[in-house]
Design a protein. Structure first.
Length: 178
């Protein structure tokens, strides 16, 4: 394979074109070989490190599960303050946004929409005749809709909670420095 000068030479004949096509093919084959060799080395490295990484990630999941269970068991500790700062981080319970859920699998959102339409006319129905869940949640929060009234329509208000943790990396660096 000949290397051409850096100056652009125009192709004059089909033989020149054919030679360039051969050069491109040879370069592509070499590039593919090097890329395959690189990918093989990457796979070997992945195989070498993945078991250790998986083991560490499994341990992290185990500890995260312990933190979640601790927060659930000690939920009353987070009644006043939703989180607690500790030496090496912070734990707590986050309260999610209120959302509407169906009370049973037999009921669909279309059924709920029709019930709200029958009981409350269009006050909870959007103009495109979809259920205005935001307004329902707001009125339920204000006490304008009771849980009994919501149950009659086939839905209920729930508010999920999830635990969290946050590592104080600066504090850990200071402890390791001593």
């Amino acid at each position: 394979m000949k290397k051409k000068n850096n100056k652009q030479q125009s192709l004059k004949t089909f033989e020149d074109v054919n030679e360039v096509l051969l050069n491109i093919a040879a370069l592509q084959v070499n590039a593919d070989k090097k890329e395959n060799e690189m990918n093989g080395k990457i796979l070997d490295l992945k195989k070498q490190f993945e078991p250790g990484i998986k083991e560490l990630n499994d341990e992290i999941l185990f500890f995260e599960d312990q933190l979640t269970r601790f927060c659930k068991i000690n939920k009353k500790e987070f009644a006043y303050s939703r989180s607690r700062d500790l030496t090496y981080g912070k734990i707590g319970i986050r309260t999610g946004k209120p959302s509407l859920k169906l009370t049973c699998k037999k009921i669909t959102w279309d059924n709920v929409k029709e019930k709200f339409k029958t009981l409350y006319k269009n006050s909870y129905i959007n103009t495109e005749t979809s259920l205005n869940k935001i307004k329902i949640l707001a009125d339920a929060e204000k006490g304008l809709l009771t849980q009994k009234e919501l149950n009659e329509t086939g839905c209920k208000v729930i508010q999920a909670e999830s635990s969290f943790y946050q590592i104080n990396w600066d504090k850990i660096k200071l402890e390791n420095a001593k």
